[in-house]
Every structure is written in C-alpha cells, then in structure tokens.
Write a protein that binds this ligand. Structure first.
Ligand code: HEM
Length: 120
C-alpha cells in the first residue's frame, strides 16, 4: 500500500516503509508494509500551526511561544527523527552567508506597493 500524506500538487519527501501498523491521525492507521511519503507542503501550510499559511509572515517565527516555534515537528524541511539531515547547520550557515554577501554586494530598491504598509 502507498500512503501519501500529501496533496497531489505538493512536494513529497523521502519515502518510508512501515514495519508495523501505526496511527497517523485519530481516524486513520497506516497498515504495516506501506510506503509513506510525508509532504513538506501540507506540513508547512497547516493553518493551525501557521495561520494564513499562504501569506509571508516571517515574524511568525519571532515569538518563541508562538505556534510555529511550539510545533517543531511540523517543520520537516530537513526531515525529523533519526534520519534528520546531518547537513542542517552547514546548510543554514551557508544560506545566511549567501544572504549576507548579497546584502553587501547588491543594490536593492524598495518598491512601495499598496501592501507595503502591512509588513511589520
Ligand atoms: C537546504 C539544504 C538541505 C536540505 C533542505 C536537506 C534536506 C534533507 C532531508 C529532507 C533529508 C531526509 C531526512 C529523512 O530521511 O528523514 C536529509 C537527509 C540527509 N542530508 Fe540533507 N538537506 C540539505 C543539505 C544537506 C547538506 C549540505 C548535507 C551534507 C553536507 C546533507 C546531508 C544529508 C545526509 C547525509 C542525510 C541522510 C541522513 C540519514 O539518513 O541519517 N544535507 N536532508
């Protein structure tokens, strides 16, 4: 059996095989010997964790007590559990370095839009 924890349009993650049946929600238990493919998209667009998930609200990560920070299991971009990405620290530092380099070497122009005032 193949279980997609995902919508068809979303990005699948690494496939897993279940060695025993286990419940993934109150009304569904994945049978043993199934392939389970988690989804970044559904996990990162869960409105109970990320209100208005389609909106860019970076400040949702600023509050340590906020729902985004209080539910680290939803942030499966680097996987979770024993096989969580071992390159996460390197990757995050590299991304910060690229952004820092870009911010010093590139010229940015702030284009005012009707929504600009809504960004905190
Ligand atoms: C933005 C960059 C990266 C992303 C989004 C990413 C994401 C992931 C994900 C989703 C997994 C699977 C976790 C799982 O199976 O549950 C993984 C595993 C892994 N990643 Fe990354 N990764 C990144 C960068 C890197 C880098 C830079 C390295 C090495 C220098 C690396 C090394 C690994 C290794 C070795 C595994 C397998 C871990 C295991 O099976 O125990 N990754 N990564």
């Amino acid at each position: 059996m193949l279980v997609f924890l995902t919508a068809l349009t979303s990005n699948p993650q690494v496939p897993y095989k279940t060695t025993k049946a286990f419940p993934i929600s109150q009304d569904y238990t994945v049978p043993a010997n199934s392939m389970v493919i988690p989804s970044f998209y559904n996990s990162l667009h869960d409105p109970s964790i990320y209100p208005e998930p389609e909106e860019l609200y970076p400040e949702r990560w600023l509050d340590p007590e906020g729902s985004a920070n209080q539910n680290p299991k939803n942030y499966i971009l680097f996987g979770s559990g024993p096989h969580r990405c071992i390159g996460i620290e390197y990757a995050m530092m590299n991304i910060a370095l690229v952004l820092a380099t870009a911010s010093t070497m590139m010229n940015f122009e702030h284009e005012i839009t009707p929504l600009s005032g809504e960004v905190e």
